[in-house]
Ligand binder design. Structure first.
Ligand code: GDP
Ligand code: IMO
Ligand code: MG
Length: 436
């Protein structure tokens, strides 16, 4: 039996979808934990692309069970669209999906509030650059103990009462932010639509926590799929420029309701460089034409919103922080191919702040903005061989880059990815088999 957590080691979009798809070969159950449709996880299988937002990225392996943990916030309409998309591809045709009844429901007013705050933030300089998917407002309602859960969708009177209570408090805020209060007819439609979606999702819904616990107790392999990345964690990320959930490995236990002693290992995913979407400090960001070249080379446009991602050099202090926060036993390095043909490659190895050298970023965002990244340069490489199955197949400068990052990150690489397809992968350690 092995229980493995896959977690983003940076600011999201590290290639978690590809890695989870690969690891699902060895798993019986894949559990998505935390967040909602702010995530966009891309799988490329034999040239065909699938982007998952809510459904776990193990979906392309028929017969494996895909669970949505209780800690998620679910937009029921997005989930139904995603299920339909999967089914049109012949996936999720059997009893493969289980939605936790404790997960919270994203309703249209959460998205409305998220968007209004971002619009206001754009004029006051306080925007977070959210995905506008209603994630923050839905988690706020949960923490205020006013949220609507998937299980509530079975009880129309309860949903009406909860929505009325939420809107009672929210309408003054909507008006304050320049929005328009929804009409009674609009609210009635929101509720009817949510209830109708709840009816369609009911056959897939159940006690996710017990299912996961039983699967582990039966000695099967369970894979947890994180969303976002450690540096977007609500408690430990670059607050306030973070998402509203626990994105570190601990979030898996919280979302699924299992104890930390059940976890065997944590695999962090990092790109060979860095990206970030939305606002917030990003000390290794490459501005101007050079940044644009990296963006184009890496296809760095959001899988959910299509926004151009900010691009920069690999930030080892930030990566070390991710390794520490999630207790990673190994790392998967992705997008090594993207750095080919870009000339010399830089890596931030430390920060300098007030005359001191730091091996992790400072915690105060103002200090992060003041800190000076210390870069080391590596000779570049022009191209990777089309068949690359082992690190010895890599050109010498790429190999030196990989070896140095591995050493400086302090944990071994379990795989190196050099293209979006399943086949474009150097496999080094099987996290389900090895004690890492
Ligand atoms: P996730 O949110 O962590 O699952 O990552 P995204 O799917 O948002 O973004 C990662 C992007 O990089 C997707 O378009 C993947 O298909 C792509 N990708 C993953 N690994 C590699 C790789 O090694 N090389 C290249 N060129 N693309 C990759
Ligand atoms: P995956 O799982 C990258 C970012 C947003 C914004 C901040 C808050 O695909 O890696 P939110 O909508 O969550 O309130 O936005 O978090 N963000 C992501 N960035 N990848 C993601 O998911 C993200 N999910 C949220 O851009 O800066
Ligand atoms: Mg993504």
């Amino acid at each position: 039996m092995s229980v493995v957590i896959v977690v983003g080691a940076q600011w999201g979009d590290e290639g978690k979808g590809k890695v989870v798809d690969l690891f699902t070969e060895r798993a019986d159950t894949v559990v998505r934990y935390g967040g909602g449709a702010n995530a966009g996880h891309t799988l490329v299988i034999e040239g065909k692309k699938l982007v998952t937002h809510l459904v776990p990225s193990g979906v392309c392996h028929p017969g494996k069970s895909c669970v949505l943990g209780d800690g998620m916030v679910i937009d029921p309409h997005t989930l139904l669209e995603e299920i339909a998309d999967c089914q049109s591809r012949g996936l999720l045709m059997r009893n493969e999906l289980l939605i936790g009844l404790g997960a919270h429901v994203i309703l249209p007013y959460h998205k409305l509030l998220d968007g209004l705050r971002e619009d206001r933030g754009a004029t006051t300089g306080r925007a977070i650059g959210t995905t506008r998917r209603g994630i923050g407002p839905a988690y706020e309602a949960k923490a205020a103990r006013k949220g609507v859960r998937m299980r509530d969708l079975e009880k129309p009177a309860r949903v009406r009462e909860l929505v009325a209570a939420n809107l009672d408090e929210m309408i003054p805020l909507i008006l304050h932010l320049g929005g328009t209060a929804p009409s009674k007819a609009e609210v009635a439609k929101w509720i009817d639509d949510a209830l109708a979606a709840g009816d369609k999702l009911r056959p897939y819904s159940g006690d996710a926590g017990r299912h996961v616990a039983r699967t582990i107790a039966a000695g099967k392999h369970v894979l947890f799929e994180g969303a976002q990345g450690c540096l977007l964690d609500l408690d430990h990320g670059t607050y306030p420029y973070v998402t509203s959930s626990s994105t570190i490995a601990a979030g898996a236990c919280q979302s699924a309701g299992i104890g930390p002693t059940q976890i065997d290992t944590v695999v962090g995913i990092t790109k060979a460089y860095a990206t970030r979407v939305g606002e917030g400090p990003f000390p290794t960001e490459i501005k101007g034409e050079a940044g644009e070249r990296l963006r184009i080379a890496g296809g760095e446009f959001g899988a959910t919103t299509g926004r151009p991602r900010r691009c920069g050099w690999l930030d080892l202090p930030a990566l070390r922080m991710g390794v520490r926060l999630s207790g990673m036993g190994s790392l998967a390095l992705t997008k090594l191919d993207v750095l080919a043909n870009l000339g010399e490659v830089s890596v931030c190895v430390a920060y300098k702040l007030d005359g001191k050298e730091l091996d992790e970023p400072p915690t105060d965002p103002e200090d992060i903005a003041r800190a000076e990244p210390v870069f080391t340069k590596f000779p570049g490489w022009t191209k990777l061989p089309s068949e690359c199955r082992d690190v010895t197949d890599l050109p010498a400068p790429a190999r030196a880059y990989v070896d140095t990052i591995q050493r400086m990150a302090g944990v071994p690489f379990c795989l190196v990815s050099h293209g979006p397809d399943r086949t474009e992968t150097i496999r080094l350690i099987d996290p389900f088999a090895a004690a890492i």
